[in-house]
Write a protein that binds this ligand. Structure first.
Ligand SMILES: [Zn+2]
Length: 322
């Protein structure tokens, strides 16, 4: 890739946009429009990460690293230069598209009573929470034509995984949650596989930039667990979208000493418990204080609340966790 192409890429992807899309928030503004915030590259307790949005450059006074958006992508994703470039290329094409799609699905939710009823059955009722999580609905049979009307090519939609090889919407009858660089779709019909992501990484821990502020964090498997706990007033919650953490999520949760409560599913086959056990070992090695919450048999945090559990009862489970 020549100098000109690199400069084009950097002009098209502003560092601040990229940081914000990865949940970075400035904590204060300093002279000449520059911003300070917590460093996403090392365990940071007081803002030491300096961003100059005009020059699209960063420098961290804590870990001493700095550079442009490509350097940031290398460090953040722990990849080499060529991989960082291809991730940025993909992100440049995908981020605005996913943002559009999530907005479209958000509107569909209010138009499809079967989706709203499903959310009710799963105990998700708070309009504020639905808005906050940007929960949407993919009815199927409409996103392809809508996006093509907006000028996107079928090739782009296939590459993003929004449309299947056969040309149909990939998400049909699914509740949709926007993630960092992906979408998660939960089928509302029993005949389809329940969980589906677009191709590519599932991203970091859900809402991590918010949860990381707490010295005690509750880690759950699913976004419906996250939603149920949020509604019950627990805000120190994050979600791994599954019971296996990817490397990025693992590094996030280990970014400083803290207590992590594992609230994984109490599956009949014991898979949630096993995953929790092995994760607990790995986190403990990193100096994390781990507590495992024992839910009643066959329950996950979502079903615990749906079947009448309340915040006080969950608080007792937290206090009993070991
Ligand atoms: Zn740093």
């Amino acid at each position: 890739m020549n100098r000109q192409a690199l400069d084009d890429l950097k002009r098209q992807i502003l560092l601040l946009d990229y940081l914000q899309a990865h949940d970075w928030r400035p904590t204060r503004r300093i002279s000449r429009g520059r911003l300070m915030g917590l460093c996403p590259l090392h365990p940071d307790h007081q803002p030491s990460f300096l961003v100059d949005p005009l020059k699209s450059l960063f420098y961290c006074y804590g870990c001493g690293r700095g550079g442009d958006v490509i350097r940031f992508a290398e460090l953040y994703h722990q990849v080499k230069f060529p991989q960082a470039l291809s991730m940025l290329h993909q992100w440049r094409g995908l981020a605005p598209l996913l943002h559009e799609v999530a907005g479209f699905y958000r509107i569909q939710l209010d138009r499809h009573s079967e989706a709203v009823e499903y959310l009710y059955r799963r105990g998700v009722r708070s309009p504020e929470l639905i808005e906050h999580m940007q929960i949407g609905y993919a009815p199927g049979g409409c996103v392809r034509s809508w996006l093509m009307q907006l000028g996107h090519s079928i090739a782009t939609l296939r590459e993003a995984g929004l449309v299947t090889a056969g040309g149909y919407d990939a998400f049909i009858h699914r509740i949709v949650f926007p993630l960092e660089g992906n979408l998660y779709g939960r089928s509302i019909s029993a005949s389809a596989p329940p969980h589906r992501f677009l191709p590519g990484a599932k991203g970091g821990l859900y809402a991590w930039e918010h949860a990381r502020r707490y010295p005690e964090v509750i880690l759950v498997e699913g976004l419906f667990d996250y939603a149920a706990l949020g509604q019950a007033g627990f805000h120190n919650v994050t979600c791994a979208m599954g019971n296996q953490l990817n490397l990025h999520q693992y590094r996030q949760i280990c970014d400083r000493p803290r207590t992590v409560y594992l609230a994984f599913d109490a599956d009949a086959n014991g898979s949630g418990q096993k995953a929790a056990q092995s994760l607990a070992c790995r986190l403990t090695e990193q100096g994390i204080n781990v507590r495992t919450i024992s839910l009643p048999d066959g329950h996950d945090p979502n079903s615990f609340f749906v079947q009448g559990g309340d915040a006080q009862q969950f608080q007792s489970l937290l206090e009993a966790a070991q």
